[in-house]
Design a protein around this ligand. Sequence first.
Ligand SMILES: [Zn+2]
Length: 684
Amino acid sequence: MKSGWVDRDAEAIVAEGAKSGIDRDLALRIYTTRLLGRDPKLVLHGGGNTSLKEVMRDRLGVDVEVLRVKATGADMAMIDLAGLPAVRLSPLRKLRALGEIGDDELVGIERSSLIDPAAANPSVEIMLHAFLPHKFVDHTHATAVLSVIDQPDGDKKCAEVFGGRLAFVPYVMPGFGLAKKAIEVFERAKPSDGLILSKHGIVTYGESAREAYERMIEMVSRAEDFIARRRKATAAPARRGTAEVAQVAPIVRGACSEKDATAEGAWRRLVLEFRGGEAARNFVNAKDLDRFGRLGVITPDHTIRTKNWPLVLQPPDPAKLGDFARVAHEAAGQFAARYHRYFEQHNARVGHIKHELDPLPRVVLVPGLGLFGLGRTKRDAEIAADIAEAWVEGVSDAEAVGRFESISEADMFDCEYWPLEQAKLGTRKEPPLAGQIAAVTGAGGAIGAATAKAFAAAGAEVALLDVNFAAAREQAKAIGPSALPVVCDVTSAASVRAAFDAVASAFGGVDIVVSNAGAAWQGRIGEVDEDVMRKSFELNFYGHQRVAQAAVKIMLAQNTGGCLLFNVSKQAVNPGPNFGPYGIPKAAELALMRQYALDYGADGIRANAVNADRIRSGLLTADMIASRSKARGLSEKDYMSGNLLGREVTADDVAQAFLHQALALKTTADVTTVDGGNIAAAMR
Ligand SMILES: [Zn+2]
């Protein structure tokens, strides 16, 4: 590992900081915190922390000694001034005299010692930083260091690798107890460079930002070299005949879901993120995989993202996916039962004060394929996958230099259910479609884009399918980084298959499909060319059938129900003159919706449709509105609001109708009319 320190960059951040009153030490503290944070081999997703001790003027103009320490859960790679709240140091130091202190009391003291009372909560490891005397203190969970110290003889390996420059602190749960133990070890051993926190991480310190940082890099490099000299280059044999991610993911996702007891027909689902790089594949193909799966985390705070253990499955044979699904469901059931026992046992130990988290796995290992990270959002799934990859590396290298050993199950439980750890995940109320995946066709157009946006706002992960990829990409970009644009020509069976494979590979499956893509053809029905009729049927009927079939295949593999939503338009119910080529396939689409509702109701798959009319879109352009209103002798406004309510209907209104149908778990074979009122188009 190389130092990322660049004089020019350091001086630039010092000069930039000076403009807003940030002193040199603080600017360099920000600089090296970012350097540490940007390397996933040092810290991941809010892990690790840094601090600086300095004198600053408080609000009353008095000079006080403060500890600036990373805010809890803050991302070091993007740290700024707000991510380093300043806390008065002297009250913190006095706490050392206390034998024990409760979490709430400690947080209360920290908060009342903040210079800015509105600042973020400091890191859970604040006391470790407060007790150590050094100006700069850096703490990471470097993967290579963990491989060396997560061992039954971690203390010996620490001495061998770091040669006394780092002292060894036996495992204590992060927090006040660890800080007291660490300062005790420090004062006895007086190590020159820092501390090893057993089965947890590494601390380095220094009198300058650069010194503390470069000591970290040097010590981590020593661990890397130690591993490199011992690593056996034994790639596990590749497995042949493994099923594809797109086929396996929906089965895994279904197995790792549970019925939501709060509403009949509701499921608690997770989103998946697949990783199939060489390291992950070697790991899942290893002969010791079952043992690895029972070993536990490489550092305590990973437990809140990955739980303590992954779910290990059997290799999926593409010719026997039914067997794979059956065994996967059994294994997931056993995982949940084991998690429940683990919770009960340790909750009893601490006096029944904890509330059980869901028992679903957050990491799934699939031999032959790779690993999945799981989470309630795509972002959470990515974080779980990143941590799982670090775990794979940490365990593989630990086994290369000795034998990996984690903290005890009781210690894992204490971290997993520590309120200060859980607080890192936030307490935001979940939106109604959290954990669900929605795919929308024609998502580059007005109604499709509005619908994708509405589903994303309701918490779903969304895939935007469109024959025009640039249009889908533009709409996806407006929604956010997790929204997935996919090229899809619904008139081609191969294109639809590939699009749904892409959705299943990216998110793990699909729960809601809005079949919306369409285009209008006209012609007086007795004279219209057969080619025109066929073209319209290809898009306006078969397009929906292909999309629905592809969706149902995934939904059946998941076995957690699903929802098909069709844009049938008013033409399906109330034909317009010379609109036969459009209206007739739309009427067939309405029948298609009813057939899906009938044939798949028993599988929990619902099918509904929206009958909308006169929406500004690719089918009703500004030019068309201008010419039609003129032909009728109306203003554009009167033309657009020519309905019983006298209100213009928008793409957002249609999107809300689809959203309503997605949420109405007891509604299937429904047609919702969104047209401002038109008796001739009313359902009867
Ligand atoms: Zn830590």
